[in-house]
Ligand binder design. Structure first.
Ligand code: 5AD
Ligand code: SF4
Length: 472
């Protein structure tokens, strides 16, 4: 067993070529297959696209069937216990497969792997996992895999944060029209419940010219819905200081000619500026959609969460956003049952969602994360009680969403047509506000923007009909 640490600096063409030969020989000329499964957030999805880009260069094709695979890789998420349990469950289920097919190589990467206790558990209890690496080690994936395959030893490569931003990694994008583009990595906020700053390290931004050049390439390749990614995009450009803040970066990208939409996530309310909202309002391409997690509607809880804003500041941001973009669609993340939260404090969260009327919400029950400040706070409310609050919150949001959907009936929306749903005989797409709309139409329209009149809202799904272009 070896603990390997490599510096994160670009991928190694020679190693990739050697791996290509090794797998080709192993498969006697047949194409080796990789099964890559991603848990968690869009950043993980983007990371997996880079890993798959490297695998592609090594000669791999991809399969959805783990049984067929020569390499199985799980890109894991540490944000909540539930996410981790699913990973352990699924890794446990591979034991039999490994017994039947000892040649298969099992690898785990992502945020979970940065936690000491997780790595230890894998070392001890999952001996058939051959390769473990954390997010900082992604550029070194070919070298790590090479060691694993040629030395026939288990490789654990964790840590290795250099503060550098990896550039020039290959990529295999999953979407045809929708693309993810990372603009920054890491997080410095240390919200008291959150494991992310511990596993993804300090904030660091990509060079704006590198972002612009990748962005141009995406537009030229026909991508129509490009989401800029970062744990806290509003801190873009602070570290290192490129003299370009996030609003300025958006304005640079917005100038690229073409028919496309820009989205971004996630925004932290403490750094969300009027300049950003004005930039959105005045832009040609930025969707009027803002994902702005509020986490709690109660000031004491927000303070305990180390969020650095209060309810009034959040509502003021929302009100300014609506003033400059009356059609803006707001979405958010919220945590129920933070340690020490009372029912009355929880009700402030319910009233906030009713006041703001979010298009949709990601709701979570607080999950203690080892090593975070909140994990050592007294947490007297029983899980069953938190579950009841959670249900109450979901019900309140369902009513809000149903009201908002009903209000959309009769409006005409510009929709990016994404795919055909053969079962329904309909096309499906998303509005600028990221709301799903189903409607009849020709599958050849996939990948184009169309105007759709909303005719019905049922179970929070909008249905509609194409509005023929003017002059038809
Ligand atoms: N427990 C529950 N939810 C959490 N989130 C982050 N950490 C935790 C935790 N320990 C939620 C927050 C964040 C989203 C990505 O996940 O709402 O915005
Ligand atoms: Fe976690 Fe807070 Fe950073 Fe978001 S801003 S990743 S919730 S620490």
């Amino acid at each position: 067993m070896s603990e390997s640490l490599f510096s994160a600096a670009g991928t190694d063409r020679q190693t990739i070529e050697q791996l290509r030969q090794i797998f080709k020989t192993r498969k006697r000329g047949e194409v080796p297959l990789a099964f890559v499964h991603t848990y968690g957030c869009q950043q993980n999805v983007a990371d997996s696209e880079h890993i798959q880009g490297m695998l592609l260069q090594m000669g791999f094709a991809f399969t959805q069937d783990a049984e067929q695979a020569d390499l199985i890789l799980f890109n894991t998420c540490a944000i909540r216990e539930h996410a981790e349990d699913r990973v352990f469950g699924n890794v446990g289920a591979l034991k039999n497969l490994k017994r039947r097919c000892p040649e298969v190589l099992i690898a785990l990467c992502g945020c979970m792997m940065e936690q000491e206790h997780v790595a230890e558990r894998i070392k001890k209890s999952y001996p058939y996992v051959s390769l473990v690496f954390g997010p900082h080690q992604i550029p070194n994936f070919p070298k790590l895999l090479f060691t694993c395959v040629t030395q026939h030893e288990r490789v654990f490569a964790r840590g290795g944060e250099t503060g550098e931003v990896p550039e020039g990694l290959p990529i295999r994008r999953e979407g045809r029209f929708k693309a993810w583009l990372s603009v920054m990595y890491g997080c410095d906020n240390f919200c008291s419940y959150c494991i992310v700053p511990y596993v993804r390290g300090r904030e660091r931004s990509r060079n704006p010219q590198a972002v612009l050049s990748e962005f141009r390439g995406l537009v030229e390749a026909g991508y129509k819905d490009i989401t800029l990614l970062g744990q806290n995009v509003n801190s873009y450009g602070k570290k290192p200081d490129y003299g370009v803040n996030f609003a300025q970066l958006l304005r640079m990208l917005d100038e690229v000619p073409g028919d496309y939409r820009i989205r971004f996530m996630t925004s932290h309310p403490k750094d969300c500026t009027r300049e950003l909202l004005d930039t959105m309002a005045g832009s040609t391409h930025i969707a009027h959609h803002l994902h702005l997690p509020f986490q709690s509607g109660n000031d004491r809880i927000l303070k305990e969460m180390n969020r650095h804003y209060d309810r009034a500041k959040y509502l003021e941001l929302v009100s300014y956003a609506r003033r400059v973009m009356p059609d803006i669609s707001l979405t958010s993340d919220v945590i129920v049952g933070f340690p020490g939260e009372t029912y009355e404090e929880f009700l402030d969260t319910v009233s906030l969602i009713q006041e703001v009327e979010f298009t949709s919400l990601f709701t979570f029950i607080y999950s203690p994360r080892r090593g975070t400040r909140a994990a050592s706070m007294p947490d007297p409310v029983p899980a069953k009680e938190k579950s009841r609050w959670f249900q109450e919150l979901c019900k309140a949001q369902e009513a809000v969403a149903a009201r908002r959907c009903a209000a959309a009936v009769g409006t005409v929306q510009r929709v990016l047509v994404e795919e055909e749903i053969p079962k329904k005989g309909l096309l499906t797409g998303r509005t600028g506000g990221n709301v799903v709309v189903d409607f009849p139409g020709d599958p050849a329209l996939c990948g184009t923007f169309q105007h759709v009149r909303i005719t019905n809202a049922r179970n929070w799904i909008l249905t509609g009909e194409l509005v023929p272009p003017a002059g038809d």
